[in-house]
Structure formats: C-alpha cells, structure tokens
Design a protein around this ligand. Sequence first.
Ligand SMILES: *[C@@H]1O[C@H](CO)[C@@H](O)[C@H](O)[C@H]1NC(C)=O
Ligand SMILES: *[C@@H]1O[C@H](CO)[C@@H](O)[C@H](O)[C@H]1NC(C)=O
Ligand SMILES: *[C@@H]1O[C@H](CO)[C@@H](O)[C@H](O)[C@H]1NC(C)=O
Ligand SMILES: *[C@@H]1O[C@H](CO)[C@@H](O)[C@H](O)[C@H]1NC(C)=O
Ligand SMILES: *[C@@H]1O[C@H](CO)[C@@H](O)[C@H](O)[C@H]1NC(C)=O
Ligand SMILES: *[C@@H]1O[C@H](CO)[C@@H](O)[C@H](O)[C@H]1NC(C)=O
Length: 462
Amino acid sequence: MRFVVSALFLFVLFSHTDAYDPLDPNGNVTIKWDIVSWTPDGYVAVVTMNNFQMYRHIMSPGWTLGWTWAKKEVIWSMNGAQTTEQGDCSKFKGNVPHCCKKTPTVVDLLPGVPYNQQFTNCCKGGVVPAWGQDPQGAVSAFQVSVGSAGTSNKTVKLPKNFTLLGPGPGYTCGPAKVVPSTTFLTPDRRRKTQALMTWNVTCTYSQFLARKNPNCCVSFSSFYNETITPCPTCSCGCQNKNNCVKDSSKILKMKGLNTPRKDNAPLLQCTHHMCPVRVHWHVKLNYKDYWRVKVSITNFNYRMNYTVWSLVVQHPNLNSVTQVFSFDYKPLLPYESISEYPEFFFSVFSRCIIRYHVTMLFGHAYADDTGMFYGMKFYNDLLMEAGPFGNVQSEVLLRKDKDTFTFKQGWAFPRKVYFNGDECMLPPPDTYPFLPNSAHQQYLFSIFTLIATMVFLLLTLC
Ligand SMILES: *[C@@H]1O[C@H](CO)[C@@H](O)[C@H](O)[C@H]1NC(C)=O
Ligand SMILES: *[C@@H]1O[C@H](CO)[C@@H](O)[C@H](O)[C@H]1NC(C)=O
Ligand SMILES: *[C@@H]1O[C@H](CO)[C@@H](O)[C@H](O)[C@H]1NC(C)=O
Ligand SMILES: *[C@@H]1O[C@H](CO)[C@@H](O)[C@H](O)[C@H]1NC(C)=O
Ligand SMILES: *[C@@H]1O[C@H](CO)[C@@H](O)[C@H](O)[C@H]1NC(C)=O
Ligand SMILES: *[C@@H]1O[C@H](CO)[C@@H](O)[C@H](O)[C@H]1NC(C)=O
C-alpha cells in the first residue's frame, strides 16, 4: 500500500514540473540595476548580469537584453554596451540621445573597443560563462545614463517587460523588484558606498521554449559487445535534400562556408540523427577495482565553433570519479548547495518529502551522481566547427562501488546527458549494448530503465 501511495505521489508531482531543471534547481540569470547617481533629468545606473546557472553559459553571439520604459525615458549614453537602434530622437536639438526607443535592445560590445567605451566586466561579445564553470567570469555589466526619468527613489519608475535572448530564445524574465541597495567597496577597499536604489530582474531558462527539437544526441558502445548503439534516427530532425551537406560534397571546399549567418542558421553535415552535436560514451576497460570510459563530443555544424562548452552527465558511479584525463571535471551537488540558503527551507522540506517517497520505493537515494565536464582553457575549451578538428575527447577512470557496480542491464551508460545546458536525446534502452547472455533480461531492463530514469531525476532533488 505504501508503495502505491509513493508511486502515485511521485507521478502527481511530476506531471506538474515542466520548466524546472532538477540538476540545477536554482539556476537563473539575474539582472541588477544599481542607481549610482542622480542627474538633472534622470539617473546613471550600473546594470550587472550574473549567470547563476551551474552549467548553461550564454554562448556566442551573446546576450541581447530588452525592456520597455515605463514613461518617456531616453538613454543619453552607455558604456560597455550599446543599443542596436537609436530610434526617433527628432525632438532633441543639439545633444542627441544614444537611444530614444520605448523598447531598447541592448547588446554587449566586442573585445578591444576603445577604452573610453568600456566598463568593468564588459565587452566580451555577450558571452557569459556558467557559474559552475567560471564563477568569477560569470558576469557581464554596463553603465547607462537615463534621461526624462524620475530623479529620486520616489519618482523613478522601474522598466517593464524584460526580455533576454541568450543567444536564442529560452529565457523568461520576471518583473523588476526593488531590493536592498547594493553596497560597494571603494577601490582601496577601506570604505563602503551604497547604491541609491537597486532593483533585480530574474530570468530562468526552459528548453521547451528554446527549441522544439533537441540539439544533441548520445550514442553508446562497449568493450563487451561489438554493437554500437547509434543516436536515434531523427533525434534532432529528419534529413532531406536541402537541410544538410554530405561530408564528401564539393561545397565544403568553398571559401566562407564556415562564416556564421546573421540568423545563426546551422549548416549541418548529413547524418541520420541530424543533430549539431553528438556525444559518444564508450565503456572501454574493466579493471579489478576500477573501470574506464571514453567520452567524445563531435560537432556536425559547419557554422559553429562552441567556445567554453560544457557536458553534464548523470550516472550513479560519478560519485567515485578517480581521474579525468584532458577535460576539467566538477561534481554538481544541487542538494547540498540548496541547503545553504535558509529561504529554501520550504523547498528543501518538500524535497525531503520526495526523498522519503523515493526511499520508500527504491531503498536508497543518491545526491552526487551528476557531474560537469568542460574543456581545459587554451587546450580543448573550443569545440571547432564540423570537420577534421570538430571533436574533443577524454577518458574517465571510475572506482567501482561494490554494492551497485555492474555491466549488466546497461548500468554502465549515463542516465542523462546535457550539452551546453540542453538535454540530449538518448537511445531507447532496449538497444543498449548488452553483456552477452543477458538478452532474456531485456524486457525487465526496459522497465527498469524507465523507472530508473524517473528515479534518478527525483534523486537529484533531495
Ligand atoms: C537565482 O540564483 C541564485 C543563485 O543560485 C539564488 O541565490 C537566487 O535565489 C535565485 N533567484 C531566484 C528568484 O530564484
Ligand atoms: C540581486 O541580484 C544580485 C546579483 O546580480 C544578487 O547578488 C542579489 O542577491 C539579488 N538580490 C535579491 C534580493 O535577490
Ligand atoms: C529613498 O531614499 C531615502 C533617503 O535617501 C531613504 O530613506 C528611503 O529608504 C529610500 N526609499 C527606497 C524605496 O529606497
Ligand atoms: C513585451 O515584449 C515583447 C517582446 O519585445 C512584446 O512582444 C510584448 O508585446 C511586450 N509586452 C508588453 C506588455 O509590453
Ligand atoms: C572557428 O575558429 C577557427 C579558428 O579560430 C576559425 O578559423 C573559423 O573560421 C571559426 N569558424 C566559425 C564557424 O566561426
Ligand atoms: C550486444 O547487444 C545487442 C544490442 O542490445 C544485442 O542484441 C546482442 O545480443 C548483444 N551481443 C551479444 C553477443 O550478447
């Protein structure tokens, strides 16, 4: 009976959490406006964007931030960013504003702009690394001087309707909220100053909003079975005559083929999966106390260099990673990081109810089965465009956990894989390479994997 209740509970819970990322429950991008001075007709604000997502960075060609002014505000000037259009400034004589649009669209500047246009943490072409990958670098900022605005904290009106592209769709931003003013340390670190007023906007990501198809797929192989389990056909779309090029095609010799397009449209190599990225997991070696996996990532898009890419993998044995060759590795511990925040008591509480129900059903729970792999700086943090250099690879040495380790039932393959923050399509469980003589377990196995996928999803919550 308890089993049935727990199963029901989990089912009901899961039919209601769509945009929630169990591997990064607090992940968000926060945009903070600090008013640093009042001017005769408005204010000067420092706008800081923090990428608090563990493993999803804002990649090239970078972020685009938009909002709607509450009144008839204009932007006199900007440092460290610019608007894409000036709009109609015809009613201004002499000194003309930088932008008069009701809904300005702001982009970062490129590296190397003149010094007098720069600002601290600006000018990275809009690329913002993930918090888990580079906490110091996960920030972008600019300064804006606003006119025709309120000139005190009672008369200023907060901008509305924030939109963030990072670089494509996927983010939803909440309303701006006044928060306690930020305090800054002076450069000599001996005095604290305070913003005159501060407001925050929080944006969260949903893969469903970003695209209707996955962006990557996973294939498997092993030393104990010759079968290579390919990516599922049409994982990211189906092939037709016009949407891809064969790797033998003459077009590939044309100059300028790799130049990214304005709309960021990919140029894909023809494959049966039509994914821009494939992740391959090969179970390579078996030692007495250890086992070894080879991971490779292949780029099939001729128009994309992935800079600071990340790969998140969920597998129960990742709690015993012993050595990672030629990638950087960092465990993701959503459960522990949550418990640092007292305001998350409630959600921790509800997670623990989930944990209780999961434990009821399956006996034990994992919290540390997820890790992030990423490239080493200046070595392989660039996944080059499709072609001879369009791949990166690494090997991972894992210590066997005596209680759970097995090559049976596809246990050695990951439960979930994310490339650059988007979940990858896995092959169906009944096609995994099997340990010889375990074919009769296939039926059981597919049920097992179905349940296991659900469980591992849950277990990361608590
Ligand atoms: C955004 O993320 C940060 C860091 O994880 C967290 O402290 C904050 O509460 C989050 N904000 C919201 C509104 O979820
Ligand atoms: C506002 O955003 C900043 C990061 O930009 C964050 O450090 C701060 O905690 C946020 N404040 C609130 C009250 O959410
Ligand atoms: C506005 O500023 C006054 C004094 O400068 C301060 O006392 C008050 O708390 C501020 N109000 C808000 C909403 O920040
Ligand atoms: C918010 O912005 C979006 C995109 O810029 C626009 O389509 C929408 O109409 C705006 N909504 C409001 C209430 O201004
Ligand atoms: C990728 O980077 C290489 C080396 O920096 C460059 O030659 C190539 O044009 C880039 N390709 C794209 C699609 O940006
Ligand atoms: C290898 O795995 C495939 C796919 O699951 C399976 O059909 C086949 O029987 C396995 N080979 C052996 C020798 O067990």
